[in-house]
Unconditional design. Structure first.
Length: 129
């Protein structure tokens, strides 16, 4: 690769994330076509680094992948079955004991049963000791 073309790589037709490079606009900015068919102008460096992966419409539509998506509705975590997720990112879980409990993703990472079951376990342990 020659030094002159170093900052203007020909990316035409190359795909990063959901974006495919269509046309060089200058100043390291390319016109990209998203998988949904819409266009977006963005710096090649941003797209190549993964900071821009789709058009504005897709980026706003909420289907982006977040850390939260490692859990899904219907998944069983210990005695808990995930039955719902609210807009705030809280998971509603049905425990094997029949109670429902609401947990954050962080809590779900280590909890395996509801708080009531925790209390029952404590009482049982107290009685055994
Ligand atoms: Zn799109
Ligand atoms: Zn329980």
């Amino acid at each position: 690769m020659s030094k002159i073309r170093r900052d203007v790589d020909d990316l035409t037709g190359q795909r990063f994330g959901d974006l495919t490079a269509e046309e060089y606009l200058g100043g390291n900015v390319w016109r990209w076509r998203c998988t949904c068919g819409k266009h977006r102008d963005a710096r090649a460096s941003y797209v190549k680094a993964g900071r821009t992966t789709k058009c504005m419409t897709c980026a706003k539509s909420g289907n982006r992948r977040t850390r939260d998506t490692k859990y899904f509705i219907g998944e069983v975590v210990g005695k808990l079955t995930i039955i719902d997720k609210d807009l705030g990112g809280l998971w509603t879980c049905l425990c094997a004991c029949g109670l429902t409990t609401t947990l954050t993703t962080g809590q779900l990472a280590y909890r395996r049963q509801c708080y009531f079951c925790d209390e029952v376990d404590k009482l049982l342990q107290d009685n055994l000791l």
